[in-house]
Design a protein around this ligand. Structure first.
Ligand code: HEM
Ligand code: HEM
Length: 177
């Protein structure tokens, strides 16, 4: 497997960035929902102490991914699917980038505006702020639902291609070639 993509398959860097991002996003969605529902302030602080750094990590990874595609790599040729499917997939991939960046930005916004960073990372005394008092909590909540829907649609499409159409869509985003 080559580092860069070829006309028929994703390279190791693109696939590595993709699957590492998937792991982080699953952990972020799960930990975010747990933080939202946590009633014990100490437990919520511990969850956010993992959630926020993972959010910063996905921000850096996503920016690295954009630079990788922009400067160093070219996407493989689309598989012979109807034009509307190729266009829809492209648009959804673009939207995934936008929503992930928006989630990271609004998460950082909540921390900066509320001063939660000093409690979660600086050892300052509880109570945690009520994040609902800060405007970025609104796009963070809407973005969370949108990301979950995009995740299900995108993964569902990949699994449909793999198991029903039995084409190379999923295989060419994997490493065992
Ligand atoms: C792509 C990155 C991120 C994802 C996918 C994500 C996901 C989530 C989700 C699913 C929720 C629960 C929302 C709800 O149920 O309405 C949440 C809440 C939250 N997230 Fe994130 N998050 C990300 C980045 C960040 C970052 C970078 C920070 C802070 C630096 C952060 C701080 C918070 C806070 C403070 C809450 C609110 C908890 C509450 O209202 O009780 N998030 N996040
Ligand atoms: C929320 C998590 C995910 C995000 C943000 C994401 C994002 C993306 C993006 C942006 C691309 C375009 C290539 C690129 O820019 O690197 C892509 C391609 C792809 N993704 Fe995901 N993905 C996620 C989850 C998944 C999952 C769970 C699967 C499999 C079940 C999957 C399978 C694929 C496949 C097969 C491609 C190649 C599609 C093609 O060649 O047209 N992705 N993904």
């Amino acid at each position: 497997m080559t580092l860069k993509s070829t006309p028929t398959a994703y390279g190791a860097v693109a696939a590595g960035l993709h699957w590492l991002s998937v792991l982080l996003i699953v952990a972020l969605l799960a930990s975010g929902m747990l933080a939202d529902q946590a009633s014990d302030p100490a437990a919520k602080t511990s969850i956010l102490a993992a959630h926020a750094p993972m959010g910063i990590a996905i921000l850096i990874l996503t920016l690295a991914r954009i630079v990788w595609w922009w400067r160093f790599d070219t996407h493989p040729q689309p598989l012979p699917d109807p034009a509307w499917q190729v266009m829809t997939a492209k648009a959804l991939h673009g939207l995934l980038y936008v929503v992930v960046l928006g989630m990271a930005a609004s998460g950082i916004g909540m921390f900066v505006l509320s001063g939660a960073g000093e409690i979660v990372f600086g050892g300052a005394a509880l109570p945690l702020p009520d994040f609902a008092d800060f405007t970025p909590r609104i796009p963070h909540g809407i973005g969370a639902k949108l990301l979950l829907a995009l995740f299900i649609g995108h993964a569902g499409a990949a699994l449909y291609h793999h198991f029903v159409k039995r084409d190379a869509t999923l295989k060419r985003m994997w490493f065992s070639r």
